[in-house]
Structure formats: structure tokens, C-alpha cells
Design a protein around this ligand. Structure first.
Ligand code: NAI
Ligand code: MG
Length: 500
């Protein structure tokens, strides 16, 4: 079945094994097929060839996973293991992720087409770091004693795990997006059912074997692959699931909120963006040009924080755009699994490619012009040229909706007061950035831009220790940092009459 081009790097034997038979679900410590026996295919977006066949979970399998996770939650995980035991397990998992980086990176590269070196040196180590950061938390999740104003009463709080968390993640950074959610959920003492994106089911299954190797009790971590409308929806609706942690599109988030209404489960949402990136005339222009290029083209624009609305002060507009065109001319694009040092791979799927290209066409029809890019690159594989478009206006759909591909619109501005309004005139609020050497301006904009992350003379930084999330339609809640512990715990207030 496995049909990879000759020029691909050699598959790790473990990867070859994993792909050579059905990739099953992982429930209660066992690899099992879907009860319906249904499978779906995951494909290599560089070649459009099938990589593997994957068990397709439906509501029945989700129910099995919920039973397993609930049993684990009520068992040793909750009642016998100390916080220190949990810390050691999570740290061990981080070490195993680093140790098996090659395998995890190959699986994410095959599924996404991203460069193997990127997966190996960015996605995987950042995932391990995420577990390492949260490994320290179990022993530090504290309650408080509260000075209540009722005579004779002693009041304190306890922070408890929520129970079973359904974590639904996207395909842009499969292992890393899963880690962002799994690590704090585990640290807080929850059990987990992970629903990877149907485009990228593979790395989560290998991660499951690492949970086993680290010594987690069965049922603490479960993986159900399948489609959003099947496995995903069943997880959201299940009464035995206490919380949904989701990263993905606004439309799916809205569906999740509606269908979680019956059970009123906790929901946290990390959604997309249409992030403004503002270059002022006083900026270091060569840094700004390179920074603005990678703000959008990093991971092929398939990042929730992509700097897709680029505002450049008019006097330096041509110079910055030319700097970006020069930077783009050095970007090498090709299949991530080859030995070539490519910077970018294909976009994830035919659906995504067509979505991106249709936004580009619409931009052209509205008067936009590409200074570079604008087309599909090859007949096979979902490769799109990095595209910089000028002559568009703020009201065009291309400047209002998330494209999630390698497309940026560069627009000039004249008025420094006006640009703040334009930057904030969006339904989204995930990230925003500016390039300037003016310190007061940097602080003013940091305070007034409506976004969960502000980058000044940089773009794209994240760290397990620093909170991340969105204003407005970019989401609910903050992941990372100590804030993420709030997303995965319930606070209990205890009153004791000490007056006898
Ligand atoms: P999506 O939001 O539909 O998919 C993300 C995850 O949600 C996947 O695991 C999917 O199976 C699951 N899902 C889908 N429908 C569901 C449902 N009814 N109930 C429960 N789970 C469900 O995103 P999709 O279709 O892959 O991409 C569409 C657009 O969404 C992209 O073009 C991009 O604009 C945006 N997106 C944003 C991401 C981000 O990081 N903020 C990540 C992925 C997509
Ligand atoms: Mg795939």
C-alpha cells in the first residue's frame, strides 16, 4: 500500500510498521479498530498518494473511550497517584518525545508535507518543552485560605481536575497543538480523549505508545481518529465528557458551543485570526521586511497567528514590499520528506488549496495585483506560490476572512491614528504586531491593539510559560502559562463551622 517517491528520506522502521497496517484507535490502553470496521485514508499532500488507512471512530467508539477514561479517572490516576507521581510521568513523556523525535517528526511531515527539518527542530522539541513546563505543575496547583467575613467560619478552596477532557485539534501543527492541550490537562489530573484532525491522524497514535512506555495507567490518554461531524461531534455531545478544548475554525467552534449546550460542559476555544502587522517608517526596514515575510509565510500561512493584513507607512511602502519580494525569491518549496533543504511544503489538502486560490482570485477580481505569486505551482501536490497582493481595500473579503494559506495583502497607510482603528476593525483578535524604533509608540500600540498577543519588532514567538489566546472571535480562554491550569480545573470552596 505504502507508495512513497524514491527521493524521500528513509522511513524509520517504526514509521514503516505504523503505516503498513491499519492505524487503529487507542482506547483504554489498547489499539482497537472502530466497531463499525470503517476506515478512512490519510494522504501525503506533496504527492496526493495514500499514506495509510486509519480507523474511523463514530459515537460508539467515542462512548467506549469515555468509559475507559472515566474508569481511569475514578481509579489509581486520581486516588493512588500523588502529584509528584504525575510530575514524574509527564517529565518522562517529555524525554521520550525528545528521544523519538525522528519518528514523530516523520509522521507529522508525511501527514502535513512540512519540511522534515522543521518538524524535527521546531514542532517536536516545542512539544517536549510543553510537557516539561507542565510537569512542574502537579505539585503547585494550590487552593487558598479565604478571609471570609462570617464569624466562626473557616473557608478554603481546593482546585480539582474536571474529569474527562475531549481535546479536538487541527492539522497545522498536529503534535504541537495536541501537546498544548494535553500537557496542562494531565498536570491538573484529568483524563484525556484526543481527537486529531482527519488530515493528520498519525503522530497522536505514536504518542499513545509513549504514554504506555512512560508508565501512565491505561485510559488516562485515549486517541479517537475520525471526522469532525462523526467522532468530534459525538465527543462534544457525550455527557461523560466534562470539557472540550478546541483549536480550529470559528464555524466549528460555533457548532461546538451549540451542541455543548445540552450538557453545559466546559469549553475553551483557540480560533483563527486576521492579524494586523504594522510597519512604521521609523522601523529597521530590513528586519521588518524579513519579519513581515515570515509572519505570513511561516508554515505556509497555515498558522492561527499569520500576519495576513500588512499595513506599511506610505513613504516606505515600496521599499518594504520589495524587501519581501526579495526574501520570497529565496524561499525553496517542495515535499518535506526529501533531503532538499526546502523552507516550505504544500498546503494541507485539496480543499484548503482551493479555498486559498479562490480567495486569491476574488482579490484579483476586486482590483488586487500580485507582486509575487498567485498561482498553484505543480499539477500534483498542493503547492501554492507565496503570494503578496497589493491594491486591495480593508472591506474586501480577502482582508476580512481568515485565508489560512500563503497569502498576504500589503496596504499603505498615512495616518498613525487611523491605522490603529483599521488594525482593530476585525472580528478577530488573536495576534497583532508592529515594527518601530519609537518606544512610546510601541507601548501605546501594545496597549491599544485588541489582540491576545502583541509582537513588537518580532513575530510568531510563543513559549509554554506565556499565555496565549484570543480577543473577540479568536476564542475563549488562555492556553499556556499558569492560565491553562484554570482551563482544566474546577475550584471548590469549603466552609467549616469552627465555632463548635
Ligand atoms: P475545523 O475547525 O473544521 O477542524 C478542526 C478540528 O475540528 C478537526 O479535528 C475536525 O475534525 C474537528 N471538527 C470539525 N467539525 C467538528 C464538529 N462538528 N464537532 C467537533 N469537532 C469538529 O477546520 P478545517 O475544516 O480543518 O479548516 C477550515 C478552516 O479553519 C481553515 O481554512 C482555517 O481558516 C481554520 N483553521 C484554524 C486553525 C487554527 O489554528 N486556529 C486550525 C485549523 C483550521
Ligand atoms: Mg494527510
Amino acid at each position: 500500500m505504502l507508495n512513497l517517491p524514491d527521493h524521500y528520506i528513509d522511513l524509520h522502521p517504526t514509521v514503516r510498521d505504523l503505516l503498513s497496517s491499519e492505524c487503529q484507535l487507542y482506547i483504554g490502553g489498547q489499539f482497537v479498530s472502530a466497531q463499525s470496521r470503517k476506515t478512512f485514508e490519510t494522504i501525503d499532500p506533496s504527492t496526493e498518494q495514500v499514506l495509510a488507512s486509519v480507523s474511523e471512530a463514530d459515537a460508539t467508539d467515542v462512548d467506549r473511550a469515555v468509559q475507559a477514561a472515566r474508569q481511569a479517572f475514578e481509579g489509581d490516576w486520581r486516588h493512588k497517584m500523588t502529584p509528584d507521581d504525575r510530575s514524574k510521568l509527564i517529565w518522562k513523556l517529555a524525554d521520550l518525545i525528545d528521544e523519538r523525535a525522528e519518528i514523530l517528526a516523520q509522521l507529522d511531515t508525511l501527514d502535513t508535507g512540512k519540511p522534515y527539518q522543521t518538524a524535527l527542530t521546531v514542532d517536536v522539541p516545542l512539544s517536549a518543552e510543553h510537557f516539561r513546563y507542565y510537569a512542574g505543575f502537579p505539585t503547585k496547583i494550590e487552593g487558598a485560605t479565604i478571609p471570609v467575613s462570617t464569624q466562626g467560619m473557616f473557608n478554603y478552596t481546593i482546585r480539582e481536575p474536571l474529569g474527562v477532557c475531549g481535546l479536538i485539534v487541527p492539522w497545522n501543527y498536529p503534535l504541537l497543538m495536541a501537546s498544548w492541550k494535553i500537557a496542562p490537562a494531565l498536570a491538573a489530573g484529568n483524563c484525556i480523549i484526543l481527537k486529531p484532525a482527519e488530515q493528520t491522524p498519525l503522530s497522536a497514535l505514536y504518542l499513545a505508545t509513549l504514554f504506555e512506555e512512560a508508565g501512565f495507567p491505561p485510559g488516562v490518554f485515549n486517541v479517537i481518529n475520525g471526522y469532525g461531524r462523526g467522532a468530534g461531534a459525538a465527543l462534544v455531545e457525550h455527557a461523560g465528557v466534562n470539557k472540550i478544548g478546541f483549536t480550529g475554525s470559528v464555524a466549528t467552534a460555533q457548532t461546538i458551543i451549540r451542541s455543548s449546550a445540552d450538557t453545559l460542559k466546559r469549553v475553551s476555544l483557540e480560533l483563527g485570526g486576521k492579524s494586523p502587522n504594522i510597519v512604521f517608517a521609523d522601523a529597521d526596514l530590513s528586519n521588518a521586511s524579513v519579519g513581515a515575510t515570515w509572519a505570513i509565510f511561516g508554515n505556509n500561512g497555515q498558522s492561527c497567528t499569520a500576519g495576513s493584513r500588512l499595513y506599511i507607512e506610505r513613504g516606505i511602502f515600496d521599499k518594504v514590499v520589495q524587501g519581501m519580494v526579495d526574501e520570497v525569491s529565496n524561499i525553496k518549496i517542495g515535499p518535506g520528506m526529501t533531503h532538499e533543504p526546502y523552507n516550505l511544503g504544500p498546503v494541507i489538502s485539496e480543499v484548503q488549496m482551493n479555498k486559498v486560490l479562490s480567495y486569491v482570485d476574488e482579490g484579483f477580481q476586486g482590483g488586487g495585483e500580485a507582486v509575487t505569486g498567485g498561482k498553484r505551482m505543480t499539477d500534483t501536490g498542493y503547492f501554492i506560490e507565496p503570494t503578496i497582493i497589493v491594491n486591495t481595500t480593508d472591506d474586501m473579503r480577502i482582508n476580512r476572512e481568515e485565508i489560512f494559506g500563503p497569502v498576504v495583502c500589503a496596504m499603505p497607510f498615512d495616518d498613525v491614528n487611523d491605522i490603529l482603528k483599521r488594525a482593530n476593525d476585525t472580528d478577530y483578535g488573536l495576534a497583532a504586531g508592529l515594527w518601530t524604533t519609537n518606544l512610546s509608540r510601541a507601548h501605546q500600540f501594545a496597549s491599544k491593539l485588541q489582540a491576545g498577543t502583541i509582537w513588537i519588532n518580532t513575530w510568531g514567538n510563543t513559549d509554554a510559560a506565556s499565555p496565549f489566546g484570543g480577543y473577540k472571535q479568536s476564542g475563549h480562554g488562555r492556553e499556556m502559562g499558569k492560565e491553562a491550569i484554570d482551563l482544566y480545573t474546577e475550584v471548590k470552596s469549603v466552609w467549616i463551622n469552627i465555632d463548635g
